[in-house]
Design a protein around this ligand. Structure first.
Ligand code: GDP
Length: 314
């Protein structure tokens, strides 16, 4: 039976380096009370690594999850070098919407094109967030025009040109739907995410399918496969199989099943369609493999790695 997970949203943030992604995620975490009142955000949520900085592009460096009222908002991670073959595609496959975060003075940078192009081709409708609206030299109206031009240039169809716009100061922790609104907090951004990003849906009772979209490593539990559940339900003690890229099938026993909360991973007993989970139990699992139920192993088609790298687009 098809179910819609109204209480869940999965998003990615597309931003040129320094446009304020880290600051925005920090503010979103703070305002949703992930941190205790007396607890400082000890380390910056996301650290841009040098390679990302060099290429001038990041989506996110860590998975984050925010609980906004009744809704869980997962913000997905991308590996540092998200430009190589299919990587961006697999990451974006985990989400149903993207925030295109743009500096209100600088405007869209050419380096955000590649990821934006991918997002548009996957029919992910972006929410445009004009950040640093507090800047004296902010020029939001022009920047919106530039973004519109970029969308057209990238071949976005009509329906995508009508993107929602949120004006924000991540630094000062507010977002507004109109420039003349009083700055308060990030509520308008959260509301826009809830309104515009579709809730994930699917069949919870179907045989499990989970495409491994990224890999992490933990000193205690070892190699961790991260992905979104496309179909069915996963439980911690489940016998599952891995559909490898060469077509072979390997048995696996799930040893740890986790979801994200704030910046941490927490152990859970089960998860279902649309959930983004971290699974351990297989030492050689890799990106692009599918974790499936034992009784009906059907891999999710793998996005090939022969596509051009980001540098070819500049
Ligand atoms: P990232 O590279 O996209 O993660 O960008 P950061 O979050 O690290 O921000 C880059 C710089 O912009 C930092 O110095 C931030 O303090 C600053 N910044 C971020 N958001 C705002 C904002 O809303 N207004 C202003 N004036 N500065 C901001």
């Amino acid at each position: 039976m098809e179910t819609v997970r109204n209480e869940l949203r999965n998003i990615a943030i597309i931003a040129h380096v320094d446009h304020g992604k880290t600051t925005l995620v920090d503010a979103m975490l703070k305002q949703t009370g992930i941190f205790r009142a007396n607890e400082k955000v000890a380390e910056r949520v996301l650290d841009s690594n040098d390679l990302e900085r060099e290429k001038g592009i990041t989506i996110l460096s860590k998975n984050t999850s925010i609980q906004y009222r009744d809704t869980r908002i997962n913000i997905v991670d991308t590996p540092g070098h998200a430009d190589f073959g299919g990587e961006v595609e697999r990451i974006l496959k985990m989400v149903d919407g993207v925030l295109l975060l743009v500096d209100a003075y600088e405007g869209p940078m050419p380096q955000t094109r590649f990821v934006l192009r991918k997002a548009l081709s996957m029919r992910l409708k972006p929410i445009v967030v004009i950040n640093k609206i507090d800047r004296k030299d902010a020029r939001p109206a022009e920047v919106i025009d530039e973004i519109l031009d970029l969308f057209i240039e990238l071949g976005a169809d009509e329906s995508l040109l009508d993107f929602p716009v949120v004006y924000a100061s991540a630094r000062d922790g507010y977002a507004k739907l109109s420039l003349s609104d009083e700055p308060k907090n990030l509520e308008p951004l959260f509301q826009t995410i809830l309104e515009y990003v579709p809730a994930p849906g699917g069949d919870m009772d179907a045989p499990l399918q989970l495409l491994v979209s990224s890999i992490d490593y933990d000193d205690y539990i070892g190699r961790i496969a991260i992905g979104r559940i496309e179909r069915g339900t996963i439980t911690r003690d489940q016998q599952a199989v891995i559909c490898k890229r060469d077509g072979s099938i390997q048995n696996m026993k799930i040893s740890t099943l986790q979801s994200f909360l704030g910046l941490k991973r927490i152990n859970i007993e089960s998860a279902t369609i649309g959930d983004i989970v971290a699974v351990s139990g297989i030492s050689d699992i890799t990106i692009g493999e599918t974790i499936c139920s034992k009784d009906k192993p059907e891999p999710i088609p793998f996005v090939d790695i022969d596509e051009p790298t980001i540098s070819m687009y500049f």
